[in-house]
Ligand binder design. Structure first.
Ligand SMILES: CSCCC(=O)C(=O)COP(=O)(O)O
Ligand SMILES: [Mg+2]
Length: 297
């Protein structure tokens, strides 16, 4: 059997991302009728390596220190309570670490025991790259200090800002939908390598609206932005997110970026694919710029 047929049978694309990204793929008319562009972050606006090699390791190496320093604070206790609640829901899962009850008045021995359990619980959740709100809220709170002190700068692909500006100039709105908490999203774009980009976005959605693999989440987003799903274009690197967004009636396009998981032949056949936002850029003419506010087709 040929390599290609074998890969198709196994449902794996091998090096196809590179081969296919260099070849033709149909994205014509993708922006037609679109008045809202909804963007994923990791693997779409931002390299996966930034999340996996900078953001997540920061949490792993600072979680104990963060808990030690903020233990008495309401926000920290709320984060711990949310992790405890999530762990109870996960109690049947392999290797789950439960978080014992605690108060800020506990003796030192109890505090240390609970703190270690929280650290282990966070690491267990992160080992599985779980997208649960409790973990994402804590991560967002931890990254706050890292961004504000300049230890971390949000990475954004160079083709992202020019394309967004073109969409805005042609009367479209841009929203973010990421598993990272809304606070984490605002930090990434507020303290980005390209400066403060928050003014580009009309709003942000996270897992408090629902998981990205569930169709209902996309229906909720469409309702929240007051737009028919058919007029929303969702860009993501993950097929498990593309599928439910399409089921909800949105237009969907996959993004291929360096380091993203390879797409299968079937994915290439089923979805439009871009490797840079510049493929969806609007060349704004001076006339169109003067009539801002009108959605272009
Ligand atoms: C908002 S930055 C942190 C990204 C993150 O925590 C994550 O899980 C990535 O999720 P995405 O939905 O952007 O792929
Ligand atoms: Mg992604």
């Amino acid at each position: 059997m040929s390599d290609r047929r074998l890969r198709r049978r196994q449902g794996t694309a091998g090096t196809d991302n590179k081969r296919r990204a260099d070849g033709p793929h149909d994205i014509s008319g993708l922006l037609d009728g679109v008045s809202v562009v909804l963007l994923d972050i990791e693997g779409t606006t931002t390299p996966i390596t930034f999340v996996k090699d900078e953001l997540f390791p920061y949490v792993r190496s600072h979680v104990r220190q963060h808990l030690e320093e903020h233990w008495q604070e309401e926000e920290c206790q709320e984060d711990i309570a949310a992790l405890r609640k999530q762990a109870k829901e996960d109690k049947e899962m392999d290797g789950v670490v439960l978080v014992p009850e605690c108060t800020t008045d506990d003796d030192e021995e109890t505090r240390k025991k609970v703190l270690s359990a929280v650290v282990d619980n966070v690491l267990w959740n992160m080992d599985a790259d779980r997208k649960v709100t409790a973990l994402k809220q804590l991560q967002g709170h931890m990254w706050r200090a890292a961004y504000q002190t300049g230890k971390i700068k949000g990475e954004v692909y160079p083709d992202v800002v020019p394309a967004i500006r073109g969409w805005l100039e042609t009367g479209r709105q841009v929203y973010i939908y990421s598993s990272g908490s809304v606070e984490a999203q605002k930090l990434l774009f507020g303290f980005s390598s390209e400066g403060d980009l928050l003014e580009l976005f009309s709003g942000h959605f996270d897992t408090t609206t629902g998981l990205k693999v569930e169709t209902e989440s996309y229906r909720r987003i469409a309702k929240a932005v007051g737009c028919d799903p058919a007029n929303i274009l969702f860009l993501t690197d993950v097929v498990r997110e593309a599928k439910p967004s399409r089921e909800a009636g949105m237009k969907t396009c996959l993004t291929v970026r360096p380091g993203n998981a390879p797409l299968t032949e079937e994915d290439w056949a089923n979805y439009p694919v871009i490797k840079s936002f510049s493929e969806l850029a609007c060349n704004v003419s001076p006339t169109k710029m003067r009539s801002r506010g009108k959605a272009a087709t």
